[in-house]
Design a protein around this ligand. Structure first.
Ligand code: GLY
Ligand code: MN
Ligand code: MN
Length: 440
């Protein structure tokens, strides 16, 4: 398994590309901050995705400034080294570390931001900055704009334009480089090992969190330090709960288990779902419903190719699911009309695909000005149809209640079509059943 890292060279090229789009202004992007969990304990810190994409720097409370017209265009504000902090909490880069290892042209203490940033921005009338993400930085920028407006208004040399760089950044992130694809492949391969173990350990009487432990043990053993998102390990009716993360129910004989999980590898995440019977054998009804979802998923994956759109893939999916819902007696009427009316929404209430990368729901628009983003080689997306028959839908036949099925793969768009990067995780009924419970 090749583990590639995004290198300083990649970060530097990304900054150059961003500056080439934003030559007429300064760009500012903030790092994330710690967020309190309870009392004096923080949530595990994970860098803000855009900031990491351009810097590779993993500490909180930093600010990146790009100044394309300056001799020192790459500036970073960060927390100075603090011996006590390092003794209690671990290593930190400080000003020296960021200067030596991250290719910055100038580094300052974050405490100097309010008086140093106005100096750096002198001479720039345009600012590329996403307002509304960081209230403290919003206030700093607002103060600079106000004071320059009143102080320099007579020569017109003040910030007259603040432009959101988000769409430029999103467009960059949407097309993956070979290094990024390699990292996604590694994250997906690690996730594959986890799913196989989870299948092998599934057995009635175990708890969802025990299966989660087996799954995530494989992630950690293979070098993934965290998940891309909290694992969903959902049995019985929990499989119908789209955002289920309690993972604390006992696995019951006769129920299904749905797992939606992804290992993160150097900031790139997998996002895979499989569903299987807890006792190793699908019932006839579970088989019928599973087969509908699988057919929809395989047809949708076949549609992934250059020029297709997330909307066209979704249309294929909902048409197949609607046909299936007619077959099992939950919908009646003409497929096309039912699709138009979105009659399937009661049992399939999410979209079929999203972009995948540094964020599980990765950067990039699905449509703009009524025109859908066309797939191009190098884009990565999920295909994840499902059917969810929640026990809270009163009118459902009793035997269908509690059946929730989703099948999700991660697909790379290529020149001629696509590669299913998660195809090694079994999803055909006769491939899955023999693997269930063999290690439990
Ligand atoms: N795991 C979140 C999703 O499938 O979109
Ligand atoms: Mn997904
Ligand atoms: Mn998912």
């Amino acid at each position: 398994m090749t583990i590639n890292k995004i290198e300083q060279n990649d970060f530097s090229n990304r900054r150059k590309t961003l500056m080439s789009h934003n030559m007429d202004g300064a760009t500012i992007i903030a790092a994330g901050h710690n967020s309190p969990r309870n009392h004096d304990v923080n949530h595990q810190f994970r860098q803000q995705s855009d900031f990491w994409y351009f810097t590779g720097f993993e500490e909180p409370d930093a600010v990146m400034v790009l100044l394309p017209n300056d001799t020192k265009p790459y500036v970073m504000f960060t927390t100075p080294f603090d011996q006590t902090f390092a003794i209690w909490n671990g290593p930190m880069e400080g000003i020296e570390g960021i200067q030596n290892d991250y290719g910055v042209d100038a580094a300052y203490s974050i405490k100097e931001l309010t008086h140093k940033l106005p100096e750096l921005l002198k001479g720039y009338t345009k600012l590329y900055f996403s307002i509304g993400l960081d209230p403290i930085l919003d206030q700093v920028i607002s103060n600079i704009v106000t004071s320059r407006r009143s102080g320099a208004a007579r020569d017109g040399n003040y910030i007259t334009n603040i432009i959101d760089p988000k769409q430029t950044i999103d467009n960059m992130r949407l097309l993956k480089s070979q290094n990024e694809i390699n990292l996604l492949k590694t994250a997906i391969d690690i996730t594959t090992d986890g799913f196989n173990k989870a299948l092998n350990f599934t057995k009635p009487g175990k708890f969802e969190y025990e299966i989660q432990a087996e799954l995530e043990k494989e992630f950690r053993k293979a070098g993934s330090v965290r998940n891309g998102y909290p694992s969903i390990v959902a049995s019985g009716n929990n499989s119908c709960v789209l955002h289920y993360t309690n993972n604390n129910s006992e696995l019951k004989n006769g129920d299904l288990l749905l797992i939606d999980a992804g290992a993160e590898m150097d900031y790139y995440t997998a996002d895979i779902t499989r569903t299987w019977p807890i006792n190793g054998n699908f019932t006839d009804l579970q088989k019928d419903i599973y087969s509908i979802v699988l057919e929809a998923q395989i047809k949708a994956i076949n549609d992934v190719k250059p020029e297709a759109t997330i909307d066209s893939i979704n249309k294929t999916t909902v048409t197949t699911l609607t046909d299936g819902l007619i077959q099992i007696g939950l919908l009646t009427g003409n497929t096309e009309k039912l699709v138009e009316e979105k009659a399937y929404r009661k049992y399939y209430m999410h979209g079929t695909s999203h972009w995948l990368g540094i964020d599980v729901h990765d950067a990039g628009v699905y449509s703009k000005n009524n025109s859908f983003t066309k797939l191009k080689p190098g884009m990565v997306l999920t295909v994840e149809p499902g059917l969810y028959f929640s026990k809270y839908i009163d009118e459902l036949p009793q035997e269908m209640k509690g059946i929730g099925i989703r099948i999700e793969d991660n697909i790379l768009v290529t020149k001629t079509g696509n590669i299913n990067l998660s195809q090694k995780i079994p999803k055909e009924i006769d491939e899955i059943e023999p693997l269930i419970g063999i290690l439990s």
